[in-house]
Design a protein. Structure first.
Length: 163
């Protein structure tokens, strides 16, 4: 995925003006990838908004920004249906690394996704974080032990933030 020309966001609980975006609990470094630039396979191994914790990992294949296939456990069919629910439903909208060292693994997607070194990838809406897609759905998919490289620098190593 390309993030060329996009600005990252520090999503914290500090709001200094009406235009600022915050999360609670806080602790996310987020960016919206360029529409059409996402390619590859995402293995979601923790949980998904509206679906809760996963009974087994779900494999999501992405080609030219769009989710083209979903496979895995019993919850995979629900995700597949959601990715066909609208014109932007399979858009890769956001990539976020959790930065909160005090967060705990609680089995709650809102808390789990901000754990330091963990990540989530979102489908559909991204207009509030610098993207071009506006939709009523913003679906976070939490990933635990991933490795992230950015411009030749390892940012996360199997779920450990290296910066």
């Amino acid at each position: 995925m390309s993030i060329a020309g996009r600005s990252g966001l520090c999503l914290a609980d500090l709001v200094r003006s009406p235009a600022w975006l915050a999360t609670f609990p806080s602790g996310e470094a987020a960016i919206s990838p360029i529409e059409g630039s996402s390619e590859g396979t995402i293995v979601v191994d923790r949980g998904i908004d509206s679906m809760g914790l996963l009974s087994e990992p779900i494999k999501v294949t992405v080609r030219k920004r769009r989710v083209v296939s979903v496979s895995g456990g019993t919850q995979a069919k629900h995700l597949e249906n959601l990715t066909h629910s609208g014109v932007y439903a399979s858009n890769i909208a956001e990539f976020t690394i959790g930065t909160n060292p005090l967060s705990r693994m609680l089995g709650n997607i809102t808390e789990d996704k901000i754990l330091k070194g963990y990540a989530h990838i979102t489908i559909e809406d991204n207009h509030t974080i610098g993207g071009e897609t506006e939709s009523c759905i913003h679906l976070d998919m939490v990933i635990l032990k991933l490795t992230v490289w950015l411009d030749g620098t390892k940012m996360v190593d199997e779920g450990v933030l290296t910066l």
